[in-house]
Write a new protein. Structure first.
Lengths: 121, 561
């Protein structure tokens, strides 16, 4: 796995925002992801997809910041979907018992279908 | 001080010796000459035996007043010695009569303040004794002061009616008493003639090396005045039971087979055994493996209590830094020689120093009792390794941690046939990724599946960021060692600074964590789930985390994969 400098790319598709955390998700990176997410929340976007296809390692500080995002969305009545998790990411979440508390999909399309089905509302 | 003895339950296998000495104390007739010369190799427990006997006489057996005096380099000038000796005797006597150890332990208050205590205890003779000694001080006559001090226990025994048992620790040093500069008094030990020849006060004397003490007692004034008593090493089973019980008390699980073998190596020396257990505790060991034993041992002889013990013994005889370096050179030559030490002329050529500079150090080292030729039958391996460690540090300029590693590798080569890699990373942002990159390559070398490698990479990332967060040291570096075997990968992460140990609660209360403000604390949980073993130890000023991964066959890629 290649660890590259972190950046967050985002794409708005209707009322859903897709965020692409790119690189190594640690404390600084995690905070920029939290802030990006919050800025969409403040604009009224409550459906968020985190696409991890470009994410390298997620360290424990990164995990704790993902939990902050989950909590923030939950409190604001939003929904967070995780997609494109690599084996090591899903193993990590699994090991820590987090997967039961996350909405995980294979890819973005699955997440969108979930939103379209109305199950999220 | 005589009251700082170890708990009696830890002082094993010396019951018969204590009984014998108690007999001497009770009658003064149990021994051939009323005096005992206690002989043993260093660390065998001579001092401790005196302290244990002191405690028994002080608290249990009444009728004999114990007086313990340890000769020290700092109090060898006659007037200092006299004041120190007299003071300690008076205080210990009063402490015994009042059954109050604090009277003996508090040396700061002047003796004059204790006069009311003496008066209330009807010890008028003691007040006279203090007045007489004060007069010697006013007269500024060091010899009279020394004689006055040495005779105080005799006076006490004659006028107080109780036998006084005098215990002299490191009595060989009495031969170094001086008036104004070392060596200006001829035969200062003769100051003790009257004391040792009286039947009022039996004496127990220790000293090291035995040869030096023995030579004092074969001198004509002392000849036949003391019976020799030997304290040998602890038998293997007793040594092991001491080791095992100390470990058990500290929550360290013993491995009988391993530690039995190790007790043999330590030569049944109780000091070494206790220092080893202490070291295991300091390093936070919970279960004893062969590696643990050698690691603690190498720590002990290179920077632990055992190192400081031998170092201070050497310091008694060799005071200067230059002398110490030369002593290290002499000692190492001696440990390497199969036969006798080369004569001084040859040695000065070998070491490249003038014979006139060599001789005083050579003399000092030979009376220190630290010389043991390679051919010696009862070789002290611990002393031998201390000498090597001392030489590495004083002469070769090797850092103490490296010295420790070199000694450990002599007995326990890292990881057997393992390949070892070492790296140092700075405590700066993203440096953990460099360590993780090393793991990636190691995983490739080991042919591990990428999933397994990535998990191990994550574990090392966690360990490094944990070190960065908690170290608090000015030395902002993390030391990593990778030990690679076909079926095992071990990664050691060491960081200087504050010791950090996470809680042992491994339960994951996700709900609680999700709703709590503090969502941190996943690092060690993650490491423990990824690796087969995660150990946290304290090593000198470093926190050491050892991550071990046992590689299963299905985690390795086949050639065709």
């Amino acid at each position: 796995m290649k660890a590259t400098n972190f950046k967050v790319i985002s794409r708005l598709a209707g009322d859903v925002v897709v965020l692409y955390p790119q690189g190594y998700l640690n404390n600084l990176a995690g905070e920029s992801l939290v802030s990006k997410c919050n800025s969409y929340l403040s604009q009224g976007i409550k459906k968020v997809v985190l696409n991890f296809s470009g994410t390298d390692f997620i360290n424990s500080i990164g995990i704790s910041l993902l939990l902050h995002i989950m909590e923030g969305l939950k409190e604001g009545g939003g929904v967070l979907c995780f997609t494109n998790l690599s084996k090591v990411h899903s193993d990590t979440f699994e090991m820590l018992g987090l997967t039961n508390h996350m909405l995980v999909f294979g890819d973005e399309e699955e997440a969108f279908r979930y939103f379209d089905s109305g199950s999220s509302s | 001080m005589p009251f700082n003895a170890i708990p009696s339950k830890d002082f094993v296998n010396r019951e018969a010796d204590i009984d014998y000495l108690k007999q001497l104390a009770a009658s003064g007739k149990g021994a051939v000459a009323g005096n005992i010369l206690l002989e043993a190799a260093r660390g065998m427990g001579k001092t401790e035996l005196l302290k244990q006997l002191y405690r028994i006489l002080f608290w249990e057996d009444r009728g004999v007043v114990p007086f313990y005096y340890s000769f020290r380099r700092s109090a060898l000038k006659a007037n200092h010695f006299a004041k120190d000796y007299f003071n300690r005797f008076i205080r210990q006597y009063l402490a015994y009569v009042k059954r109050d150890p604090s009277l003996a332990e508090n040396m700061s208050a002047p003796l004059a303040r204790l006069v009311p205590v003496m008066y209330s205890l009807k010890l008028k003779w003691m007040i006279d004794l203090v007045d007489d000694f004060q007069e010697h001080l006013w007269n500024d006559d060091p010899q009279a002061q020394a004689v006055g001090a040495i005779s105080a226990p005799l006076t006490a025994a004659a006028r107080g009616g109780n036998t006084v048992l005098i215990m002299f620790d490191d009595f060989h040093m009495a031969n170094q008493l001086y008036e104004t500069s070392p060596g200006d008094v001829s035969g200062p030990i003769s100051l003790f003639d009257d004391s040792i020849n009286t039947s009022l006060c039996p004496h127990i004397m220790t000293g090291s090396p035995e040869g030096l003490l023995e030579s004092i007692f074969t001198d004509k004034s002392f000849r036949g005045k003391a019976e020799r008593m030997f304290i040998g090493p602890l038998p293997e089973d007793v040594a092991h039971s001491l080791f095992s019980s100390l470990c058990e008390r500290l929550g360290i699980r013993d491995n009988r087979e391993l530690s039995l073998k190790f007790m043999n190596f330590l030569g049944g020396n109780p000091l070494y055994i206790m220092n080893m257990v202490n070291s295991l505790r300091k390093m936070q060991k919970k279960e004893i493996t062969e590696r643990d034993l050698w690691e603690c041992y190498s720590f002990e002889v290179s920077q632990g209590e055992t190192f400081f013990y031998w170092s201070s013994v050497l310091g008694e005889f060799v005071g200067t830094a230059g002398g110490r370096r030369m002593a290290a050179e002499i000692l190492i030559q001696y440990t390497r020689s199969d036969a006798d030490m080369p004569e001084a002329g040859m040695l000065s050529r070998v070491l490249g120093v003038r014979e006139s500079s060599l001789m005083p150090v050579l003399d000092a080292v030979s009376i220190s009792g630290m010389m043991q030729p390679a051919s010696s039958e009862s070789k002290d391996y611990v002393l031998n390794d201390f000498i090597h460690s001392l030489h590495m540090r004083e002469v070769e300029g090797v850092k103490r941690e490296r010295a420790r590693e070199l000694i450990q590798s002599k007995y326990f080569p890292a990881g057997g046939a393992a390949s070892c890699f070492e790296m140092i990373i700075p405590m700066i942002a993203d440096a953990e990724l460099v360590a993780s990159k090393a793991v990636e390559q190691i995983g490739r070398n080991m042919n591990l599946s990428s999933e397994v490698t990535e998990q191990i990479q994550l574990a090392i990332i966690e360990s490094c960021i944990n070190a960065m967060e908690h170290s608090g040291s000015y030395d902002k570096r993390i030391f990593l060692k990778f030990s690679v075997q076909r079926e095992r990968l071990e990664i050691i992460i060491e960081s200087p600074g504050k010791f950090f140990k996470p809680g042992t609660d491994e339960t994951l209360d996700i709900e609680k964590q999700l709703s709590s403000d503090n969502k941190r604390g996943w690092g060690f949980k993650l490491m423990r789930r990824i690796m087969d073993d995660v150990r946290i130890e304290r090593l000198a000023d470093r926190t050491r985390v050892i991550l071990t991964k046992n590689i299963k066959p299905d985690e390795v890629l086949n050639e065709s994969d």
